[in-house]
Design a protein around this ligand. Sequence first.
Ligand SMILES: O=P(O)(O)OC[C@H]1O[C@H](OP(=O)(O)OP(=O)(O)O)[C@H](O)[C@@H]1O
Ligand SMILES: O=c1cc[nH]c(=O)[nH]1
Ligand SMILES: [Mg+2]
Length: 214
Amino acid sequence: MRIQVVDHPLVAHKLTVLRDETTDSPTFRSLADELVTLLAYEATRDVRVEDSDIVTPVAPTTGVKLASPRPLVVPILRAGLGMLDGMMRLLPTAEVGFLGMVRNEATLEASTYAERLPDDLSGRQCYVLDPMLATGGTLAAAIRFLVDRGANDITAVCLLAAPEGCTRLEKELEDLQVPVTVVTAAMDEKLNDKGYIVPGLGDAGDRLYGVAGG
Ligand SMILES: O=P(O)(O)OC[C@H]1O[C@H](OP(=O)(O)OP(=O)(O)O)[C@H](O)[C@@H]1O
Ligand SMILES: O=c1cc[nH]c(=O)[nH]1
Ligand SMILES: [Mg+2]
């Protein structure tokens, strides 16, 4: 598994405002969107392309276009939905599948409550969107789900990651024969006793959309 922390002053600046507890939901949503577009630029560095012959107003030439089959973008509901537009801005022709997952805040175990993905992902390159890689349980389950359907290249785009979650992810996925990359804006210090990322930004879903059920 490869972990890439995107080191860029604009990423760091936007992330700092995102972390600030006084940042309101509309600002949080718009910053998350901008941040994801910056991360997407790095996350798509190895997106598959194929040659494309075109004619410019001056001469014929060969460029590239996205290869077929198109990449699949998978936001993990609910908080991952706040990352979808930012990703699709750079990959407008990608397909989108959805996974609804929630972490039990007492046991920290992740469970899946919704799934809308192609049955066959053979040979597909997939981009998983989830702002928080905390214990890693959610992302590990999501990645295994995609690989079980045939996906053969996975990149997870996260706003924040915790070292404990990365270690768990690496261990849980070591039997997989597919490349997995995690692209994140920051590797934070640790998890607290409630499984929250420290210093983190709080509950990403709540900050994007308000307290669930509240
Ligand atoms: O790495 P983990 O310990 O599994 O935690 C990370 C998950 O927790 C949050 O989702 P949450 O369960 O709060 O659902 P939500 O997106 O609906 O708020 C977050 O968006 C991740 O999906
Ligand atoms: O810090 C955390 C951990 C899990 N989920 C969140 O939204 N935030
Ligand atoms: Mg949440």
